[in-house]
Design a protein around this ligand. Structure first.
Ligand code: ZN
Length: 130
């Protein structure tokens, strides 16, 4: 099992971690299997989507903001980030990506992204390849 840290610098941000995950896959020497990417946080998430056009990431964050408004949740009374918890739960903390020929089996337009929903913060990412 491997882990690394990602520093976000905005409240809402999508950070492409594909290269780092691919580097870990390569190091393991696994040619064919599955790569699990997981973030152990309640207000961050992992997703796979396009990063060729960075507008896709901005649109995704805008759509989340429209679906889940800020400041109206019970948990906001505790630490004012109820929306971030709901968004993180909907997106999910992990992705499982097939590995073939020692590479992540991603489509041309797919990238592995850490989704920051309550930044800026340092986030841990855990990667297991089998
Ligand atoms: Zn909270």
């Amino acid at each position: 099992m491997q882990e690394f840290y990602v520093k976000s610098n905005r409240k809402f941000q999508m950070i492409d971690i594909t290269a780092k995950v691919q580097e870990i896959v390569k190091k393991t020497g696994v040619e064919e299997g599955i790569c699990c990417v997981y973030t152990p946080h309640a207000t961050a998430a992992i997703t796979v989507n396009e990063n060729a056009d960075p507008n896709v990431c901005e649109d995704f964050l805008d759509a989340l903001a429209k679906l889940i408004p800020e400041g109206i949740w019970r948990h906001d009374r505790i630490d004012n980030n109820g929306a971030a918890h709901i968004k993180a739960a909907l997106i999910g903390p992990s992705e499982a990506i097939p590995v073939r020929d020692g590479r992540l089996l991603l489509g041309t337009w797919q990238a592995v992204m850490l989704v920051e929903l309550d930044g800026p913060r340092e986030r841990k990412v855990i990667v297991e390849v089998r």
